[in-house]
Design a protein around this ligand. Structure first.
Ligand code: AMP
Ligand code: MG
Length: 426
C-alpha cells in the first residue's frame, strides 16, 4: 500500500472514582479536542475502575480497535493504581524499576524537603521498550510504548494538569506528525453578565451568514460562551474561524471579554489595569473576599491590587470604612448609598484609582419584600470622584449569588476600563 489509513484512536480513563459520582472523566474531552484538531477519528472511549483484569482486557480491546491508544490514570503510588501492571499484562511486556526514573522521583521529593515512601517505587516502573515521558508537574512519568511504525500506546497520569502538560509536549507532536493536516477546530469567545437568550438573538446575522450549525451558545456561571467550529485543512479552517470570529465580534461588540474556554474576567480586568497603570481596592460584604480572591488569582496582581477589606457587619463598615451610622440606619447595608460610600471610602483609604464595593443579600435568609434574596448592589468609585452603580437581582443559591455578584463587579469595572482606553486613544 502506498498510503496509510488515517490514525484511529481509543481513549481509556482509569479510576474507580470515575465510575462513581465522585469525579467526571474530563481528561478525555481534552484529548478528544486535540484528536479532532488533527483529524484523528476517535473510535472507542471507555472508563474502567482500578482493577487489573478489567484494565488489561480493556487495553487489549483498545489496541485491537485503534492505532493510537491513550490511557490516563492509575499511575499513582497507592495500591489501587495498577494501570502499569495491567498494561504490561495486556501487551505481554516486562515491567521493571528504572533507576533513572527512581532517581528523578527522589530528587523531586528532596526539592520539597521530603523523602519518597516505599510506595513511590512503583511509580518508577517502566514497561520494556517504553519511552519515558518526563512529567515536570508530578512524580509519575508518562510512558509511550511503540507498537509499530504508526501505532503507539500512551500511558499518562490522571491528574488533569499533569495530563495537559504531557498532551502538549508528547501526544500532540506524535499525532501531528501522522495527521493529514485536515481536522476539526474549535474557537470560543466569551461574554459575561448577559443572558444567553440575548446573546443568541444578537447572533442572528452570524447564523444567517454561516449557518445555525456553525456555532453554539453555552451558558454557565455568569458567562456565556460562543463556540464555533471549522473543519478542513489547517489554513482554510483558520480562515473560516477568523471570519466567524469577526462576525461574532461585530454582533456582540464590547460584550466579549475574552477568547478561549479558560478566559476569565479577572484576567481581562488585570490586563486592562496593568496596561493603563491603574490600581484597584475592594470593599466586600456579602461576597466575603471572593472578589479579592479572584483578583489575586492573576499572577502579578500586586502591581495593581494593594488589597481590600471585608466589612461584613455594620460595625466594621463604620469602623474600617467610616460609613456613617445614620446612612446605614436610613438605607440599610444593602443599598446604593452604602455601596457607594464603601467604594469611595476604600478608594480613598488605599489611595488607588478605583474602589469597588459589593453589598447584597446572599441568602438563604435575610431577604425582605423590598430586598429579596439575590439583591446585590455594586458600586465603582473611579477617578474624578464619579461613582457607577448597579443594582441587580441575582438568581440561584448562596454560592451562585456570591459568584454572580463578583461577575457583575468585574464586568462593571471592565466596561469602565474599556471606556477609559477608548477615551485615551481618541
Ligand atoms: P491517578 O493517576 O489515578 O492517581 O489520578 C490522579 C487524580 O486525577 C485523581 O484525583 C483522579 O480522580 C484524577 N483523574 C484521573 N483520571 C481522570 C479523568 N479521566 N478525568 C478527570 N480527572 C481524573
Ligand atoms: Mg486513580
Amino acid at each position: 500500500l502506498l498510503f496509510s489509513a488515517p490514525v484511529r484512536a481509543a481513549i481509556l480513563a482509569v479510576g474507580s472514582e470515575l465510575l462513581s459520582t465522585d469525579r467526571l472523566d474530563t481528561n478525555s474531552l481534552r484529548i478528544t479536542e486535540l484528536l479532532e484538531r488533527h483529524g484523528v477519528e476517535l473510535v472507542r472511549k471507555s472508563v474502567v475502575g482500578d482493577d487489573v483484569e478489567a484494565i488489561t482486557a480493556e487495553i487489549r480491546a483498545c489496541v485491537a480497535a485503534a492505532e493510537l491508544v491513550v490511557v490516563g490514570g492509575g499511575l499513582g503510588p497507592t495500591a489501587d493504581d495498577v494501570t502499569r501492571e495491567a498494561c504490561a499484562a495486556a501487551l505481554d511486556r516486562e515491567l521493571a524499576e528504572e533507576p533513572e526514573v527512581w532517581a528523578l522521583i527522589e530528587k523531586r521529593f528532596a526539592a520539597l524537603g521530603r523523602t519518597p515512601s516505599v510506595n513511590n517505587r512503583r511509580q518508577a516502573r517502566v514497561l520494556a521498550g517504553a519511552t519515558v515521558l518526563a512529567n515536570a508537574q508530578g512524580s509519575a512519568p508518562g510512558q509511550r510504548i511503540d507498537l509499530g511504525e504508526e501505532r503507539a500506546l500512551f500511558l499518562l497520569p490522571g491528574v488533569p494538569y499533569e495530563l495537559d502538560a504531557l498532551l502538549v509536549a508528547e501526544l500532540e507532536p506524535w499525532v501531528a506528525a501522522r495527521s493529514t493536516g485536515a481536522g476539526r477546530e474549535r474557537r470560543t469567545l466569551k461574554t459575561a453578565a448577559r443572558p444567553e437568550s440575548e446573546v443568541d438573538a444578537l447572533l442572528e446575522p452570524v447564523y444567517a451568514e454561516f449557518g445555525r450549525e456553525a456555532l453554539t451558545v453555552l451558558a454557565g456561571a455568569g458567562e456565556v460562551r460562543v463556540c464555533f467550529w471549522a473543519t478542513g485543512e489547517r489554513e482554510a479552517r483558520g480562515r473560516r474561524l477568523e471570519a466567524i470570529a469577526t462576525a461574532v465580534r461585530r454582533a456582540l461588540g464590547d460584550s466579549i471579554f475574552g477568547e478561549g474556554d479558560e478566559a476569565t474576567l479577572e484576567e481581562t480586568v488585570a490586563h486592562a489595569l496593568g496596561e493603563r497603570r491603574l490600581s484597584l481596592a475592594t470593599a466586600e460584604s456579602c461576597t466575603g473576599g471572593l472578589l479579592a480572591e479572584r483578583l489575586t488569582r492573576v499572577p502579578g496582581a500586586s502591581a495593581w491590587f494593594p488589597g481590600g477589606v471585608v466589612t461584613y457587619s455594620n460595625r466594621e463598615k463604620q469602623r474600617l470604612l467610616g460609613i456613617d451610622a445614620e446612612l446605614l440606619a436610613r438605607f440599610g447595608a444593602v443599598s446604593q448609598p452604602v455601596a457607594e460610600a464603601m467604594a469611595q471610602a476604600v478608594r480613598r483609604e488605599f489611595g488607588v484609582d478605583f474602589g469597588i464595593a459589593i453589598s447584597g443579600v446572599a441568602g438563604p435568609d435575610g431577604g425582605t419584600a423590598e430586598k429579596p434574596v439575590g439583591t446585590v448592589h455594586v458600586a465603582l468609585a473611579g477617578p474624578g470622584e464619579e461613582v457607577a452603580d448597579r443594582r441587580v437581582q441575582l438568581p440561584g443559591d448562596r454560592g451562585r449569588i456570591r459568584w454572580l455578584a463578583t461577575q457583575v463587579a468585574l464586568e462593571l469595572l471592565r466596561r469602565r476600563l474599556l471606556k477609559i482606553t477608548r477615551e485615551g486613544a481618541a
